[in-house]
Design a protein around this ligand. Structure first.
Ligand code: ACM
Length: 520
């Protein structure tokens, strides 16, 4: 127990050595600090999870996985009997909780316990991520550190603005080995990103083993942009990634592109091309002019039925993304035919359809989700889809694409694109989901996503440098109340994440726009 108060710079009676409850990314909805009170995690404390709750047990496993190494404490997981008031960390699901919003949680810190209450699994995980940021920075170090492990007293009541907060990795242009994807999952989960969209196939590479079409991985998986970084995930590796993500509160959304961006599939099987002639693998940066599935070929749909069937069976999450972007020259009737057939296959295999915005004109808005990447391509179709009940995930390239360069005049940062303009950290924060397309207001928006395309990106270090810290802007927009939007306030909270990312060995671009603490 601790009662020594010291006035913080803000004048609140924060206990010395604690992180202010307000210094969390994304910003919680409501924060109340209890003056002069703090909780110290002690060597003999336990983690208590609601009796019989798989969700609470999962959250306890996640939490102890974060805390045991740096604290060196045993932190046994115990069953929480109803009505008990234990000492330690409590993960309480359901019951008489006040938290009723999806993914919401209440985190209460008293001198004897930290209690996280939620009505669903996601809420408990979100509470755990907040607690992690309230512990000292040394909690992110992958080795045992001395205490104290002190948390400021108070109450945080929180819930997200949007239910979908995504990050997308293009593992097709350049393959990203599974351990690096796990590292990215660890990093995005910190900021309550709850979906990882994996762009598994594109012209330059096919990255997932399909047992009924083995040449896809063998031939399509062998190439990469510039002839670099080929490879693919075995089904076992993919399932392991899906499970790893779920254990951190993240759901995987696999994408199988089409009808464009499919050169790697066509190069794997000549029977998929329109004239039956084989294609060589493709390694150029730009989109392949030949990477087009043959709409009239019945083999196209046998192939997609098998691919979607195998991937659906490996994917517990609700969505399969079917692409649909950049099929510029295709007549609408062809797009309709293709996308409606593929949507039926996705639904046959028990999943919901996700598509890039160009697919919106072809798909049933009631049963599909549309991902916007650039206003001005097909706004009328999008507004029509919205009128039909469509929901949208906003990923505007000019602000939310993490592969855009920060700055064109930095020779030391040559990676990245600039076709949608450069994007500073402030740019990544300075946009509103509900203002992208007139007619797609707040009620039509399911969430936001931060895609990262990899044709200019060679490996995890460059990838992280593009993603961080801008991913935190997208996480903040997806979670925090619209009324809290304020760059000057955000950049200070963002700065406090620098030392945490550094301790977690996440590479980030130390942009001069952000007032990083000395040494981060
Ligand atoms: C896209 O950037 N073509 C989705």
């Amino acid at each position: 127990m601790l009662t020594t108060a010291s006035a913080s710079a803000g004048g609140q009676a924060r206990v010395s050595g604690t992180v202010p409850l307000t210094r969390v990314v994304p910003q919680p909805a409501e924060v109340r600090t209890t003056a002069g009170v703090a909780f110290d995690l002690e060597p003999d404390d336990a983690v208590y999870a609601t009796a019989g709750s798989k969700e609470a047990t999962d959250a306890a496993a996640f939490l102890t996985g974060l805390l045991r190494k740096p604290t060196g404490y045993a932190l046994p997981v115990r069953s929480l009997a109803s009505g008990a008031r234990p000492e330690g960390i409590v993960l309480a699901l359901g019951g008489a909780n006040k938290v009723t919003k999806p993914e919401g949680y209440e985190l209460e810190v008293t001198s004897h316990a930290v209690t996280i209450r939620a009505d669903d699994r996601a809420g408990l995980f979100n509470g755990v991520e907040t607690l992690r940021q309230l512990l000292p920075v040394k909690v992110d170090r992958a080795q045992r550190m001395p205490g104290p492990w002190r948390v400021q007293g108070g109450v945080i009541s929180d819930a997200p603005r949007y239910g979908y907060r995504g990050a997308m990795l293009d593992v097709a242009r350049h393959h990203l080995p599974a351990p690096d994807v796990k590292g990215y999952i660890d990093a995005i989960a910190r900021y309550k990103i709850n979906y990882l969209h994996l762009h598994l196939v594109d012209d330059q590479g096919w990255r997932i083993e399909i047992k009924s079409w083995p040449e896809l991985a063998k031939i399509g998986g062998s190439s990469g942009t510039g002839g670099m970084l080929g490879g693919y995930y075995t089904q076992e590796q993919y399932s392991d990634l899906v499970a790893y993500a779920w254990a951190r509160g993240v759901t995987v959304v696999p994408e199988i592109e089409g009808p464009s961006h499919m050169h790697s599939a066509l190069a794997s099987y000549a029977k998929l091309t329109c004239d039956g002639k084989p294609l060589e693998p493709y390694t150029d940066w730009v989109n392949s002019p030949l990477g087009k599935l043959c709409i009239d070929n019945p083999t196209t749909y046998e192939f997609l039925d098998d691919v979607i069937g195998e991937i659906a069976a490996l994917t517990p999450g609700p969505y399969i993304h079917i692409g649909g972007d950049e099929a510029h020259e295709r007549p609408q009737a062809e797009m309709d035919l293709y996308l409606q057939k593929v949507a039926k296959l996705v639904e046959k295999h028990g999943k919901k359809v996700f598509g890039w915005q160009e697919a919106a004109g072809s798909l049933d808005p009631k049963t599909s989700v549309t991902e916007l990447w650039a206003a001005g391509i097909n706004d009328e179709q999008l507004v029509e889809a919205a009128k039909g009940g469509g929901k949208f995930v906003m990923a505007p390239a000019s602000n939310a694409y993490l592969d855009m360069k920060y700055n064109e005049s930095l020779p030391e940062y040559p990676v990245g694109n600039s076709w949608a303009g450069t994007s500073t950290v402030e740019d990544s924060y300075d946009w509103k989901p509900e203002e992208q397309v007139a007619g797609l207001g707040e009620s039509t928006i399911a969430g936001v996503e931060a895609p990262l395309w990899s044709e200019t990106v060679f490996g995890i270090n460059q990838l992280e440098n593009l993603a961080f810290p801008r991913l935190l802007s997208i996480a903040e927009i997806g979670w925090a109340k619209a009324s809290s939007h304020n760059w000057d306030a955000f950049k200070v909270r963002l700065a406090a994440q620098g030392p945490r990312l550094r301790e977690a060995r996440v590479n980030y671009y130390p942009s001069p726009e952000v007032p990083w603490p000395l040494g981060s």
